[in-house]
Ligand binder design. Structure first.
Ligand SMILES: Cc1cc2nc3c(=O)[nH]c(=O)nc-3n(C[C@H](O)[C@H](O)[C@H](O)COP(=O)(O)OP(=O)(O)OC[C@H]3O[C@@H](n4cnc5c(N)ncnc54)[C@H](O)[C@@H]3O)c2cc1C
Length: 303
């Protein structure tokens, strides 16, 4: 069978694309290397999806999965190992077989880089977060730490000063890597205390975070910063290795496509966190899913 759309990934973005594809009367197949739902299954609470009451990330993923399957989507739990994207019929290979489709939507998402220090894994959802926009409001009027020195860390620190009483910014070097105007915003903000040349050693707390043990790299001195939250902003890893050499990527590894979700390869679309974009959230992932599936529909109609 030749599918109309092969969707690589069954996270929020891949499942949204399946909903829109199926409702447009197209045959779709999602390939998923792990469990459906993507990154959002790691969060205990989602409260910023418009018109939706608070729910856990797992509930969100299940609702979206059920919706896609109710409309007729096929979810194939096989990781994609290689693709051939040129030509009218695209080939998608997994460890179990080869599949064909008229269009491909890339929805492989990202992994958030971790600090790999004691306390990090056990405190996720209890004060450790990888997304200030997602979880900042849970720490209103509290103290937060942001770890990182690039643009995301700088933006997160400034964003959190709108909610928190104080924000500590921990950076391992003696200057920031971010763009000048983001650095200036941080330097001007009186609520931010910057700790240069400092590395995190351990996240402290029993049921929830109450501190971060750090070390000054120059003096070797260790100390504890009292805090309610540790926001980790040390980078994202886009899952785009499969597409290198076939689809245009940005220098930092994201698929180079704008809001039209259209790549440089005919019949290949992309959306969600793996695409070049400024805001990586459920609402933008879902929106991309709709845009990419509609673009795939228009492409097939135009053939
Ligand atoms: C802890 C946490 C909390 C968050 N909280 C919120 C929140 O409250 N509100 C909000 O709006 N956003 C939140 N986010 C962000 C949100 O989860 C992401 O923006 C969203 O999941 C992006 O969806 P996606 O489909 O693009 O990518 P992903 O969710 O990363 O899904 C990609 C999927 O593709 C699969 N995949 C990758 N490679 C392959 C392959 N080769 N073959 C087959 N499958 C593959 C992966 O297994 C994964 O399931 C949070 C993120 C995290 C990590």
């Amino acid at each position: 069978m030749i599918y109309d759309i092969a969707i690589i990934g069954a996270g929020p973005r891949g499942l949204s694309a399946a909903v829109y594809g199926q409702r447009a009367g197209l045959s779709t197949i999602n390939f998923e290397a792990n469990v459906h739902g993507g990154q959002i299954i790691n969060t205990p609470e989602v409260e910023n999806y418009p018109a939706m009451e608070r729910m856990s990330g797992v509930e969100f993923a299940m609702n979206l999965y059920n919706q896609a399957v109710d409309f007729g989507a096929t979810i194939q739990y096989e990781g994609v190992t290689s693709v051939e994207l040129e030509g009218d019929i695209k080939k998608i290979r997994t460890d179990f077989g080869e599949y064909e489709a008229k269009t491909v939507i890339i929805a492989t998402g990202v992994t958030r880089r971790k600090l790999e220090i004691p306390g990090e894994d056990t405190m996720i959802g209890r004060g450790v977060s990888y997304c200030a926009t997602c979880d900042g409001s849970f720490f209103k009027d509290k103290v937060a730490v942001v770890v990182g020195g690039g643009n995301t860390a700088l933006e997160d620190a400034v964003y959190l000063t709108g909610l928190c009483t104080k924000v500590h910014l921990i950076h391992r070097r003696d200057e920031f890597r971010g763009v000048k105007h983001e650095v200036d915003k941080v330097l001007r903000n009186e609520k931010i205390e910057i700790h240069y040349n400092t590395i995190p050693l351990e996240i402290l707390g029993k049921d929830k975070v109450n501190g971060l043990k750090v070390q000054n790299k120059v003096t070797g001195e260790e100390s504890v910063i009292d805090t309610d939250a540790v926001f980790v902003a040390v980078g994202l890893i886009p899952h785009n290795e499969l597409f290198e050499g076939q689809v245009a990527l940005t220098p930092d590894g994201y698929i180079d496509a704008d809001e039209s979700c259209t790549t440089n390869v005919e019949g290949v679309f992309v959306a969600g966190d793996t695409r070049r974009k400024t805001l990586r959230q459920l609402v933008t992932a879902a929106s991309d899913g709709a845009v990419a599936a509609t673009a795939a529909y228009n492409y097939i109609q135009g053939k």
